[in-house]
Design a protein around this ligand. Structure first.
Ligand SMILES: *Cc1c(COP(=O)(O)O)cnc(C)c1O
Length: 370
């Protein structure tokens, strides 16, 4: 699904030097690379504060802890997402309220969120799924009206831009109260292990999150809050410092590969190619097709037989996961149900060539010619 080896080989000299420098410095924890990466990412995002942490799931948890959400508070999440989004909500004793998504963008919409608001709702977690921003302008307006926090799950969309009606562009992750991202190796900005970060424009929230991520201490051995231990390693920060200047070019490479797939699949009526919103760039963390008619699992089986990797993101609605089923009282969410049965993601990464894509495309086409 991804080719991290070729990507590494292109920047190998710089990466190897950066890693060995940390090794010989012995500043493995909270070394200068962590602060430097933080500053680099703040500059890339156009200001604000970045708080590095151990992974994207921790980032979501620390964000919710910093907002002071209390047991029983409701947090609205999409039912069509990776489990991490809802997991931390449940772990903190909060109640995940799952909403359906838009059939074109796979993202939550303002209308669906509005219908799920109750007097106990405290926060909304828009997930910028597969690399495209949720339509944030109306959602932020709804949140303001109802006095709700907005925590962006930006694990799949770092580098994407959203354009407001007045023409102002902002990076995903920088529009809500807090944005959370992951540097898992296969994410658009990936390190060589685990990593994550919170981002915010609010100095006070930034301070609180930094404190919570560091055992709740405001100075050494003085613990004002119960916190967690969640750090980005110096080695991972050094790797991310080398990779961040390439992020825009990596996003372009993904977009270019997506264009090539789009053109090839336009002639197959059973396939719906990814829908791109006019007010968001798409950074294609995943290239996800919808099979409009026919058996998705048979298509995947066909590709497997031809040694073409294909993945189902995501096969099961959140409310059908055993761990989350007790949060769900209502009926099925029709779009989520339908997507879980009809989506299929093809290999998508920065190193795709038209030769590789032609092999994948021909394998897909051969299924419909059977
Ligand atoms: C990857 C991912 C996460 C979690 O990130 P980790 O670093 O693996 O903990 C959270 N939300 C979404 C949507 C993701 O894709």
């Amino acid at each position: 699904m991804v080719d991290l080896k070729t990507q590494y080989e292109k920047i190998q000299a710089e990466i190897d030097r950066a890693v060995l420098d940390v090794v010989s410095s012995t500043e493995y924890i909270n070394g200068p690379e962590v602060r430097q990466f933080q500053a680099d990412l703040e500059a890339y995002l156009g200001g604000g504060y970045v708080i590095p942490c151990a992974n994207g799931t921790d980032a979501l948890q620390i964000a919710m802890m910093a907002l002071g959400l209390k047991a029983g508070d409701e947090v609205i999440v999409p039912a069509f997402t990776y489990v991490a989004t809802a997991e931390v909500i449940a772990l903190l004793g909060l109640t995940p309220v799952m909403v359906d998504v838009d059939p074109d963008t796979f993202n939550m919409t303002t209308a669906l969120v509005e219908a799920a608001i109750t007097p106990r709702t405290r926060a909304i977690v828009p997930v910028h799924l597969f690399g495209q921003s949720v339509d944030m302008e109306p959602l932020l307006e709804l949140a303001r009206r109802h006095n709700l926090y907005v925590i962006e799950d930006n694990a799949q969309a770092i580098g994407a831009d959203y354009t407001f009606a007045n023409g102002i562009r902002q990076k995903t992750g920088m529009m809500g109260d807090i944005g959370c991202t992951s540097f898992f190796p296969s994410k658009n900005l990936g390190c060589y292990g685990d990593g994550g970060a919170m981002m915010t424009r609010d100095a006070d929230l930034a301070k609180r999150m930094r404190m919570i991520a560091n055992h709740g201490q405001d100075r050494q051995y003085y613990h004002a809050k119960v916190g967690v231990n969640s750090r980005l390693d110096s080695i991972q920060a050094a790797i991310l410092r080398v990779k961040l200047p390439h992020l825009d070019e990596y996003c372009d490479a993904r977009r270019h590969a997506a264009d090539y797939y789009d053109a090839a699949f336009a002639e197959i009526p059973q396939l719906k190619t990814p829908v791109r919103q006019s007010n968001s760039t798409h950074v294609f963390h995943q290239y996800t097709l919808v099979l409009l008619e026919g058996d998705r699992d048979a298509l995947r089986q066909h590709l497997t037989e031809l040694h073409i990797p294909a993945m189902i993101y995501y096969p099961v609605p959140l409310y059908d996961q055993q761990a989350f089923s007790h949060y769900w009282a209502g009926g099925k969410l029709p779009v989520t149900e339908s997507l879980c049965n009809s989506v299929i993601s093809l290999p998508m990464h920065t190193e795709l060539t038209s030769e590789i894509q032609d092999i994948i495309i021909n394998a897909v086409k051969s299924y419909f010619e059977k």
